[in-house]
Structure formats: C-alpha cells, structure tokens
Design a protein around this ligand. Structure first.
Ligand SMILES: [Zn+2]
Length: 108
C-alpha cells in the first residue's frame, strides 16, 4: 500500500481543509452550531439552511470520505468493477476514483 501513501495523505489533508471550510460556512450561518462542529457530529438537521457553497463542499467531502473508507478497508487503488489495480498516475489525477480507466470509460 505504500505507493498510495502520498495520495492518501493528500486525501486526509483535503478532508481537514473541507471540514474547516464547512465549519466556517456553518458558523457564519448559525453561530449556535459551533459546539456540534467541534464534536464532528454534523447531521442532516441543518440541511434546511444549506446553501450552494455548503452543498459543493459537502459533495466533495463525501467523495473524500468514501475514498478514505476504501483505504481503511484496504480497497483503495483497486477497481470496484473489475478488481484490477488502478494505476497510481490515475489516482494522483483523480484521487476519488474507484474505477480503472477502461471501466470508467465504459460507464460514461
Ligand atoms: Zn476496472
């Protein structure tokens, strides 16, 4: 797995960055949520006040979390369709991808 370490590290940094941005958006919308953000227990209860910016950060954060969950399961870098290894160069360009080039092009 060591060849993926640099990419995984970038994903973790990205996650922190996105969570910080999300926290800023939220605190500017509702100061009372400060405690919840600290506890990292953000649920859907504040979706009503979610705006476009918030939505796009969330979407990206979901992708990062999905990729990191695949890292935890030891599936990162393996194509979800054909089980073949995904080239590191592709992961560097598209760190959230779970498909190899040929499977991705088939689904598009
Ligand atoms: Zn594949």
């Amino acid at each position: 797995m060591s060849e993926y370490d640099a990419i995984v590290e970038k994903l973790r940094i990205k996650k922190t960055e996105l969570e910080n941005r999300l926290g800023k958006v939220a605190s500017s919308m509702r100061k009372t949520y400060a405690k919840d953000w600290e506890e990292q227990s953000i649920e859907r209860e504040n979706d009503e006040v979610v705006e476009a910016l918030d939505e796009s950060i969330r979407t990206e954060l979901n992708l990062v979390n999905t990729a990191l969950a695949r890292v935890d399961r030891g599936e990162y870098g393996i194509c979800a369709v054909c089980d073949e290894p995904i080239p590191v160069a592709r992961l560097e360009a598209l760190p959230y991808t779970d498909r190899c080039v040929s499977c991705a092009s088939e689904s598009e």
